[in-house]
Every structure is written in C-alpha cells, then in structure tokens.
Design a protein around this ligand. Structure first.
Ligand code: CDT
Length: 302
C-alpha cells in the first residue's frame, strides 16, 4: 500500500513469552502451551509469533547431566519431528509464521554435533532460516558451590552458520540467541546486512553465581543490550523470555518489542505464558539507516 508517496511496510509480530517448563512437563504439555499462544497471536492477526530459546524443554544447561541418553532426550535430531509436528500443522492452517529455539542434534560426516538453535518458519510452515548460537555463556565443566549450573559450553558447540538474514513477509529478518545480545557484533552483523528485524529468545537467570554484585542490574542489562542493538542498527528487535522459577532457577521476563528508535513499544508484565504484539512499521528504520547511521554519506557527518 502507498501512503504519501511512501510504501507502507508493516508486519504484526507477537512475542510469546513462556513461563517455566519443568522436568515433569514433557513435550506434549509444552506444545499445547505453544499452540495456545500461537492461536492467540493468529486471532489478533499477527503475521509472525516469536518463541523463546530452548522452548520445547526446560533450560537443561542449568543441570549437570551425566547420562548421555538423558541429555539427548532434550535434543531434537530432526525438525520438524513427530513431537512438534502439531505446531507446524497449526501454523500452516492459521497462515502464521514463527520462530522458535531448540536444542539441535546434527550428524555431520557421521559425527554427532550439538547446537543451541533457532529457526524461522514462513506462513506455509516451511523452515526458511536457521541460526546456531555463536556466543555460548557458562562453563565447560560443573562449578562447585554454584546454586545452579550454566553448562552451555559443555553441552553445545559454537554455531557454524554465521548470522544470517532471510526475506519473508515483506521484511528482512535475522536471528540471534540470548547471550548473543550482549555482544554488539551480533546485532551489527544483522544490521550490516540491512536487517529490518532481529528475533531472539532468552533464558536469563536473575542471579549470576559468578557475578552476584550485578544481580540488581540483570533486567537493566537485558533491556540495555536489546535497545542498543535496535537503535544502533535502526532495526526492530523482538526479545522473548522463558520466565519465572524453573526447577528452582528464577529467570527474568520482560519480553519486549523494541522500535528502531530504541524505544520499547511493548513489554510483558508477568513471569508466565504471556503474549504481546505490535504492528511494526518497517519504515521507521529509514531515517536511522539513511541518515544517522549512513556511514560514508554526507548526512552521517553531523
Ligand atoms: N541462555 C543464555 O545465554 N543465558 C545468558 C546467561 C549469561 S549471564 C551474564 C544470558 O545472556 O542471559
């Protein structure tokens, strides 16, 4: 549609925050929750719904799991697979795109590889984009005296796909995952490709056993990273939490939709399953991309 000589490019995006997923829950009950959020997004005419990091399971890197079979039960070796197929079927029926994070078990030249992955699925339920988390937080071995673990470096290897962008629903969309948001190059890599939107899921504990003196700043640093990424790259950022007390670990919520100005236009207020959405005007990026951050042009030299 044309308005005042300018093309009106809007995409309505939902952030589907999840409350805790506990060990006993299992995938069927989690899928039911994801479906409910997806249906709510579709009934509000959203084009795209964004789910958190590792959205099919509890955040298992918080535990030291020694049994390989138990560990692999948290991974998906195919996507989609019969456990999650219902989500893809419903998305196709509702004609809604989605993005979701999961633990991926890939076989590469006969060797098992484990990644913290997110995918972008278009409105016909085709997987059009995949990202494997590059910045892995935490430790390579269990830490004595910590109230919970963060063993992402032990369970996953760094992503090998780079930061990609994909064109769908009239937008150029990229992804990063959780800890990536604290590193400017994650958003910058997407911004440099001209991304309109960055999608990211997170599982962020309120308490950092390594750095407890910053606990009161956890929510501030979450917002700071995402708002800076949005503003400095003139793009929309949709950050989605797995929130609340999951197996004894309290995780922040505050899932947010952030405009290219860096302003938060919508934020979750609970630590439970909660949907927020916003009609994102991609045109709001234009001034940032073509004026303030137009590197090398006259306009950027103010
Ligand atoms: N899941 C994940 O990446 N969590 C990290 C913990 C790091 S604590 C500074 C995060 O950035 O939230």
């Amino acid at each position: 549609m044309k308005m005042s000589g300018k093309v009106n490019r809007k995409i309505k995006i939902a952030a589907a925050q999840l409350g805790p997923i506990n060990k006993v829950d299992g995938r069927p009950s989690t899928i039911r929750r994801l479906l409910e959020l997806m249906r709510e997004a579709a009934s509000s005419s959203c084009d795209l719904v964004v789910f958190p990091e590792l959205a099919f399971t509890p955040f298992f890197p918080h535990w030291n799991i020694e049994d390989e079979g138990e560990l692999e039960s948290y991974f998906e070796s195919e996507m989609p697979n019969q456990n999650v197929q219902a989500l893809f079927d419903e998305a196709r029926k509702l004609e809604i795109g989605f993005s979701i994070g999961y633990a991926e078990l890939a076989i590469d030249d006969g060797i098992k590889k484990y990644f913290n992955t997110s995918i972008l699925v278009d409105k016909s339920s085709g997987i059009i984009g995949k990202y494997r988390k590059i910045h892995l937080p935490g430790f390579r071995s269990p830490q004595k005296g910590h109230p919970f673990q963060n063993l992402e470096k032990m369970y996953f290897e760094p992503g090998n796909l780079g930061f990609g962008t994909w064109e769908t629903m009239g937008a150029k969309i990229g992804m990063c995952i959780c800890y990536d948001r604290r590193w400017p190059e994650s958003f910058r890599s997407l911004g440099a490709q001209g991304a309109d939107i960055a999608l990211l899921g997170y599982n962020t504990p309120m308490h950092n056993p390594l750095f407890p003196e910053s606990d009161h700043l956890t929510c501030f640093h979450n917002a700071l990273s995402m708002q800076a990424g949005a503003y400095q790259n003139g793009m929309w950022v949709v950050g989605v939490a797995k929130a609340g007390c999951e197996e004894g670990v309290m995780q922040i919520g505050q899932s947010s939709i952030i405009a290219p100005s860096g302003e938060i236009v919508s934020m979750c207020t609970s630590l439970e399953d909660e949907l927020i959405y916003h009609s994102c005007d991609l045109g709001l990026s234009d001034s940032y991309k073509s004026k303030i951050f137009a590197v090398g042009s006259d306009e950027s030299r103010m």
